[in-house]
Design a protein around this ligand. Sequence first.
Ligand code: HEC
Ligand code: HEC
Ligand code: HEC
Ligand code: HEC
Length: 136
Amino acid sequence: MRPLFLTLMALAGLWFGGGALAEPPVTAMTPVSTAASHSLKPHHGKLGFTCENCHQGKDPKQYQRLKTEDCLACHGSAQKVANRTRFMDANHTNPHNSLHDKLDLDCYECHAEHKPSQNLCQTCHDNTRDWFGPTP
Ligand code: HEC
Ligand code: HEC
Ligand code: HEC
Ligand code: HEC
């Protein structure tokens, strides 16, 4: 009787132990709130990216904002991005290849990921809505 009881206790221990082991990863990664406060733009979100696709390492506390090179690691080159919106070259309103800065702007001057994007050009020009749509 006793051995059986002990065995059951052991099994119960294993059972709950197993449950306890299965759970920590969810809380240990903490990001329930981090992931919610760092939602992705629809164009990236629908690709099913994990945090690590853009950020180095596993610890969200260590994450830095991306650099232009990080964007270009996936998007090719500033020229390639400029080509996608080259229909605006004629009037020099291509945000990726402007009169002022050519190909040299940081993506981050306009695009953000976890917060609304902006548009640098708009800080000086009030007619940018005639030039291009909202920054995705
Ligand atoms: C891990 C790879 C990866 C990284 C890093 C990445 N992107 Fe993307 N991005 C993609 C892919 C793939 C698409 C969808 C295909 C496309 O439009 O090129 C996309 C789409 C986009 C789009 C929408 C394009 C459209 O058609 O509307 C924008 C804008 C964009 N990315 C900007 C950025 C910026 C700015 C950064 C840096 C902060 C960045 N991306 C970093 C892979 C990446
Ligand atoms: C001066 C502001 C500005 C900067 C800097 C900028 N973008 Fe953009 N980007 C825009 C705007 C505005 C659009 C939307 C253009 C439109 O469709 O009317 C756009 C669109 C895009 C698109 C979608 C193009 C398409 O096919 O429709 C991609 C991809 C993109 N940007 C990537 C980047 C990357 C990568 C960088 C850095 C190398 C960058 N952008 C820098 C303003 C900017
Ligand atoms: C498509 C690329 C991309 C992915 C995927 C991504 N991030 Fe980011 N992250 C950025 C960029 C760009 C910044 C710079 C700030 C901004 O644009 O919002 C940033 C900044 C951060 C920062 C530091 C600055 C801040 O806002 O506190 C944290 C923390 C962060 N991201 C967490 C996450 C987490 C957690 C995930 C996964 C749920 C994630 N990121 C997925 C691109 C990405
Ligand atoms: C710091 C202020 C400032 C910023 C930011 C800025 N511009 Fe300008 N821009 C000017 C000034 C000043 C002129 C020259 C005066 C004029 O011709 O209106 C000018 C002229 C222009 C012109 C020719 C005249 C016109 O209005 O058609 C274009 C096109 C232009 N800018 C596009 C852009 C684009 C695209 C961006 C974003 C990538 C941008 N600018 C960002 C200040 C700025």
